[in-house]
Design a protein around this ligand. Structure first.
Ligand code: SF4
Ligand code: SF4
Length: 428
């Protein structure tokens, strides 16, 4: 037996928080147990109490001598990359948008084009060609603003669902929308289209949001989005409110949280996300450093206390993931309104980054794209105790040499874990 290479222990008052980033186990050890464990760490022949040893094994803190966790991670990465049983398809039925957000990375890519029947049919053909291996089709509607092309969402959804039913393929669909058009009529259409989860972005309280995310004509959008959420959330299993944060608005998160909470909706989750400089800044200012963001975020969650874990943020518990994002996975594709295909959400509409067209699928080489999105910090990551939960960071950021790709550092992880321990103890 030997200790896992992914044990992360640190002191919390008179105890030790013991987390393992590979098994994702979390335990609290008293001084005595910690001392015993340390003795084993120094000398594998040290005899631990049988019961204690069993628990350490169950938690993955101690593993068999021949267990190579790093190799297992690498295997999982490859297995997920070439798994043919799930197809994740992001569809942008239009790149047109009714908003003009200050930081939008699709800024110079607005087009009025709406996905035509030829592209829709080619998407169906693509799935037909994969149907023998397929067990699950996961659709994400994206844009531009996908509700500006609601008729495509409706018609294509009908065809996709029918294809899945005929071939016994599981079907799920989510949508990313700015929420402005999410009226009762549109919400019903989306429900009929099989969409169960809606992600809507807010940028702060009313005044700030209206400045950052106005309509094309400059009018504010906040009040109508909130009204739409309040009236129509019941059509969906889940509403995810993403709060795009920069150095200016992150301080408003707590007040926004209280405003959303006051809607008294059970199916709502809210989380903060940093506005990042994707490929050169669009001069909105205030893009936030990842480490700085995480620190501010952790401060916010702390100030909101344990209740935040119930339903107002996505679960922050760090779990092992094979790949960082769909760009690294063979069967994860993005199709824009004109049929052009992409791997990275940030590339949509940038024709220099397309790797082919769904209408000409025989010329598409997805494996080549995976190679492109294989970038990570190499040996640094392989030696890093956060590797199982970080997966090496955003491959695009790695490729362009961003300095702050790391998802975790000691402080960030410790802060999260400490809050989780406190919350669980309060609940117990
Ligand atoms: S490569 Fe980075 S920016 Fe692109 S989809 Fe993946 S995580 Fe997002
Ligand atoms: S990107 Fe940074 S935190 Fe993530 S695994 Fe690599 S070295 Fe570790």
């Amino acid at each position: 037996m030997k200790v896992s290479r992914y044990n992360i222990f640190y002191r919390m008052d008179n105890e030790w928080i013991a987390y393992n980033s590979f098994s994702n186990s979390l335990a609290v050890l008293g001084e005595e147990n910690y001392r015993e464990f340390s003795k084993f760490e120094k000398n594998n022949n040290y005899l631990l109490d049988e019961e204690f040893l069993k628990k350490l094994q169950q938690g993955g803190y101690i593993v068999e001598d021949d267990c190579d966790e790093l190799q297992l991670i690498e295997y999982e990465k490859q297995a997920e990359r070439f798994n043919q049983s799930t197809l994740s398809l992001t569809i942008a039925p239009t790149l047109n948008c009714n908003f003009r957000c200050a930081y939008c990375y699709e800024k110079e890519r607005y087009e009025n084009e709406v996905m035509g029947e030829d592209v829709q049919n080619s998407i169906i053909d693509l799935i037909e060609s994969k149907k023998e291996d397929l067990k699950q089709l996961a659709i994400a509607w994206y844009g531009g603003e996908p509700l500006l092309a609601i008729e495509v969402v409706e018609s294509l959804s009908e065809n996709l669902k029918a294809l899945c039913t005929t071939n016994n393929i599981g079907y799920s669909a989510v949508i990313v929308t700015n929420g402005y058009l999410l009226t009762d009529v549109y919400a019903q259409k989306l429900q009929k289209a099989g969409i169960t989860s809606v992600q809507i972005t807010l940028d702060g309280l009313e005044e700030r949001h209206n400045k950052k995310r106005p309509l094309k004509n400059g009018e504010g959008t906040y009040r109508r989005i909130i009204d739409n959420i309040k009236s129509n959330a019941h059509y969906f299993d889940e509403i995810l409110i993403r709060v795009n944060c920069d150095s200016e608005n992150i301080t408003e998160y707590t007040n926004l949280y209280n405003e959303i909470k006051a809607l008294k909706l059970n199916n709502i989750k809210m989380y903060a996300s940093p506005i990042r400089d994707f490929d050169g800044c669009y001069s909105c200012g205030g893009c936030i450093d990842k480490a700085e963001f995480k620190e501010l975020e952790s401060g916010i969650y702390k100030s909101l206390g344990g209740e935040i874990y119930k339903r107002f943020i996505l679960d922050k518990y760090p779990v092992r993931g094979a790949n960082y994002c769909g760009a690294q996975i063979n069967n994860s594709l993005i199709v824009a309104a004109d049929g052009k295909m992409y791997k990275c959400w940030g590339d949509v509409g940038n024709t220099n980054r397309t790797f082919g067209n769904v209408c000409d699928i025989n010329k598409v080489d997805v494996n080549k794209c995976i190679y492109y999105f294989n970038a990570y910090k190499g040996e640094d990551c392989k030696q890093c105790s956060y590797y199982p939960i970080c997966s090496g960071g955003c491959p695009h950021e790695n490729r362009i040499g961003k300095a702050d790709v790391c998802e975790y550092n000691e402080k960030i992880l410790n802060d999260y874990l400490e809050e989780i321990v406190k919350y669980k103890r309060k609940k117990a």
